[in-house]
Design a protein around this ligand. Structure first.
Ligand SMILES: [Zn+2]
Length: 245
């Protein structure tokens, strides 16, 4: 099946769902990484156009690690808005990827690009099949299942699903290392380098789930979508409603 990961910035997917994406890829599924913004404010040294260009290169390299297809929406970093333009771009990305499952940011994430992109995914996936909404790619007629990714440092996020990523943790590190420009940025803004920023939550979610390394998710419960456990690989525990068929 096709699986779509939507991140607000280059490196978000890798940080919060890279191990799960690697599991899907290893299982023979077709993986898409859709990046909403171009990361053009993510540097203390380079001007916007140069850091955006570098971050596109890094995103391509990361996607290439697991053979994911990259969809680059190119909105300005920290100025993703809910608009006709952004909704159309998201719907077109869904139609390009034709996913059964979509992963996105939690709607109560700390960062505006994160929370708005989560909202755009959660509310626009059901518009994929509306023929009078015209986009470059044609409509398709199923509603993908949506899962929210963990928040930075897990703040305000109560997981319902854990995925054991112990077997793909090394790949997750490789995915994140592709975003080398963000090491100094993360240290400048948060005081942590990227590897610590990914390893501490992976260990903590693993501790909660009873394995070495884990990623945490929550399903989006909305009308028109059923919750089906088999959509996630290596899923460890579910604190959720029974499967509805
Ligand atoms: Zn981000």
């Amino acid at each position: 099946m096709n699986v779509l990961f939507v991140g607000a910035h280059p490196d978000d997917i890798e940080l919060w769902a890279g191990g799960t994406a690697a599991l899907y890829a290893a299982g023979g599924h077709t993986v898409y990484f859709c990046v909403a913004t171009n990361g053009n404010v993510g540097s203390t040294e380079l001007p916007p156009d140069q850091i955006a260009s570098l971050r596109l290169d890094e995103a391509r390299r990361a996607a290439g690690v697991i053979g994911a297809h990259l969809i680059w929406l190119n909105f300005d970093d920290e100025f993703l808005l809910d608009s006709r333009e952004s909704r159309t771009a998201f719907i077109n990305a869904f139609r390009q990827a034709k996913p059964e499952v979509v992963f996105c940011h939690y709607r109560q994430d700390y960062n505006p690009d994160h929370s708005i992109s989560g909202m755009l995914v959660d509310e626009c996936v059901q518009l994929c099949g509306v023929p009078n909404i015209k986009t470059e790619h044609p409509p398709f007629h199923h509603t993908p299942h949506v899962y929210f990714m963990d928040t930075p440092a897990g703040i305000g996020f109560e997981p319902e699903i854990y995925v054991d990523i112990t077997s793909t943790f090394a790949t997750k590190i490789e995915l994140v290392r592709a975003h080398a420009s963000q090491n100094s940025w993360m240290k400048h803004v948060f005081g942590y380098e990227l590897e610590a920023f990914l390893e501490i939550p992976a260990r903590f979610r693993g501790l909660q789930a009873g394995c070495r390394f884990a990623e945490a998710f929550r399903p989006s419960y909305r009308w028109g979508r059923t919750f089906q456990q088999h959509y996630l690989p290596n899923m460890l525990s579910v604190k959720a409603r029974e499967q509805v068929s």
